[in-house]
Design a protein. Structure first.
Length: 202
C-alpha cells in the first residue's frame, strides 16, 4: 500500500518507473497551495468514481478514499495500490507494509494506467473475480454493505495493515466533507445501473 509517499523519496525514485502511461495526477499547479491542489485532485477523481458507483453500487466516496490513501492524494499513480502490471505497464514506488506487526519500508512495483477509468476497471475485476475476495464480493452483492466489503477485502489480504478497512471507512467522511457531499452511512450504496458491465460473480 502507498500510505505515505514523501516527495523527497518520490524524486529519488523517479527514474525507477518503466511505464509511459498515466502515472501521477498532472493537474498540480504551482500557483495553488497544497490544500487547493489536493481539492482539485479530489474533484478530478470524484468525477470518475461517480461513474463507477453507477455501475457497481460501491459509493464514489469509497473509491476516492482508497485512491487518496494509496496515492497520497495523487502524488503517486498507484490508484488502488495494486501490485504488478497494469494496462500501461508498471512503476516502482516507495511504500510500506505491515509485517509481523512492524512497519517495513520498501520499494515495490505497482500497476500503471493510461487513465483513471482503467484503474477502476482493474480494481473491480480484481475484487470481483479473484478467489481470495469471493466471499467479500458476494457479501456486498447480497447486502450492499460497503464497510463489510472493505473488512472482507482486508481479511483476505488486500492490505497488510489490519486497520486498513476502518481507516478507509473513516477517510470516506473526510473525503465527503472536502467534496461538500453528505457522508455515506454504514451499508449505504447506490444500486448499480441496469446498463453497463456487470462484475457479479457467476
Amino acid at each position: 500500500m502507498v500510505m505515505d509517499f514523501f516527495d523527497s523519496v518520490r524524486d529519488t525514485l523517479s527514474g525507477l518507473g518503466n511505464a509511459v502511461g498515466f502515472q501521477t495526477y498532472s493537474g498540480y499547479r504551482s500557483d495553488l497551495n497544497a490544500e487547493q491542489n489536493r481539492q482539485a485532485w479530489l474533484n478530478h477523481v470524484y468525477s470518475y468514481a461517480k461513474k463507477w458507483q453507477a455501475q457497481t453500487g460501491i459509493p464514489a466516496e469509497v473509491y476516492v478514499a482508497i485512491m487518496a490513501s494509496e496515492t497520497n492524494y495523487g502524488k503517486a499513480g498507484s490508484y488502488f495500490g495494486i501490485k504488478g502490471t497494469g494496462p500501461a505497464g508498471s512503476t516502482n514506488y516507495a511504500t510500506h507494509e505491515i509485517i509481523n506487526g512492524q512497519r517495513v519500508d520498501l520499494v515495490d512495483q505497482f500497476a500503471a494506467y493510461d487513465n483513471p477509468d482503467q484503474a477502476h476497471e482493474h480494481f473491480i475485476k480484481l475484487i470481483s473475480t479473484a478467489p481470495r475476495y469471493a466471499q467479500a464480493w458476494q457479501h456486498f452483492q447480497q447486502t450492499v454493505d460497503w464497510q463489510g466489503l472493505l473488512q472482507g477485502m482486508n481479511a483476505a489480504g488486500y492490505a497488510t495493515d489490519p486497520n486498513w478497512a476502518s481507516m478507509i471507512a473513516g477517510l470516506t467522511n473526510t473525503v465527503a466533507k472536502s467534496l461538500g457531499v453528505e457522508a455515506i452511512g454504514a451499508g449505504a450504496s447506490v444500486p448499480a445501473a441496469g446498463a453497463g458491465p456487470s462484475y457479479r460473480l457467476r
